[in-house]
Design a protein around this ligand. Structure first.
Ligand SMILES: *Cc1c(COP(=O)(O)O)cnc(C)c1O
Length: 237
């Protein structure tokens, strides 16, 4: 792999090609650089190369990096499973929370956002393939959760859906998963009413499968390894 800057350029080119295949352009797709386990210096390198959206998956790690980076150009995304007692660390700092998977979590986000006087943009995480090992709501329960959150949580705006596809050797194997999430996204967008639902973002696709995800309609992709290289969890960050 090349430098972080070279990798970002290459990912952007591949995003542009995939976007064209689905009748869009690179500007329609947001690239979230997944910086979990990465040092603030690596994030700075990515910012210098033009990256503006960064994703973290652990509340405490996010908080310390947020403080270390402190760059107003950065839009932070929280992409990991979130426990209710950690919500307070994110409010007012994270621009988009990708991982709402229960009404109880949404209610805590709503309460904290209300205290802070903000409206929190969230995505509902869909476990489309119903994998036991993954967090998220089944496709069947997603509409109901969207409806409940939009009715009960006045300080939350539901801005779309997020999905993590099953691991597959060949990304073509998960094309159907992406397609089914896009269909669900379109159905909810069509039926949605009221200002608390604004189906704008479909977050799907990671290093291994982001091109297929874009071809199937994703407009946010979350790329870690493809930008920063392999993660080394043992070494810490
Ligand atoms: C780690 C992570 C990613 C990025 O994975 P890569 O394979 O390194 O691109 C994307 N989304 C979520 C939710 C993650 O936890």
């Amino acid at each position: 792999m090349g430098s972080i800057a070279e990798n970002i350029m290459q990912v952007r080119e591949r995003i542009a090609r995939a976007a064209e295949k689905s009748g869009r352009t690179a500007e329609d797709i947001v690239l979230v650089a997944v910086s979990k386990t990465r040092a603030p210096a690596e994030i700075a390198e990515a910012i210098a190369a033009g990256a503006r959206d960064f994703g973290e998956n652990k509340a405490q790690e996010f908080e310390s990096k947020y403080e270390a980076v402190k760059d107003p150009r950065v839009n932070w995304h929280f992409i990991g499973h979130l426990q209710r007692n950690k919500v307070k660390y994110l409010i007012g700092k994270v621009g988009l929370l990708h991982s709402v998977d229960s009404l109880r979590l949404a209610e805590e986000i709503d309460r904290r956002a209300g205290e802070a006087g903000i409206i929190m943009d969230v995505l509902v995480q869909v476990n489309a393939a119903s994998e036991e090992s993954k967090f998220g709501v089944s496709s069947a329960d997603t509409r109901e959760l969207v409806r409940e959150v939009s009715q009960r949580c006045g300080n939350i705006r539901i801005a779309g859906l997020m999905n993590i596809a099953p691991a597959a050797d060949d990304p073509e194997e998960v094309r159907d998963v992406f397609r089914s999430v896009k269909m669900l996204f379109d159905e909810i967008a069509r039926d949605a009413s009221g200002e608390r639902i604004d189906m704008k973002w479909l977050s799907m696709g990671m290093t291994h499968d982001y091109e297929v995800a874009i071809e199937e309609g994703a407009n946010i992709v979350r790329v870690g390894t493809g930008i920063f290289g392999e993660r080394n969890y043992a070494a810490g960050a």
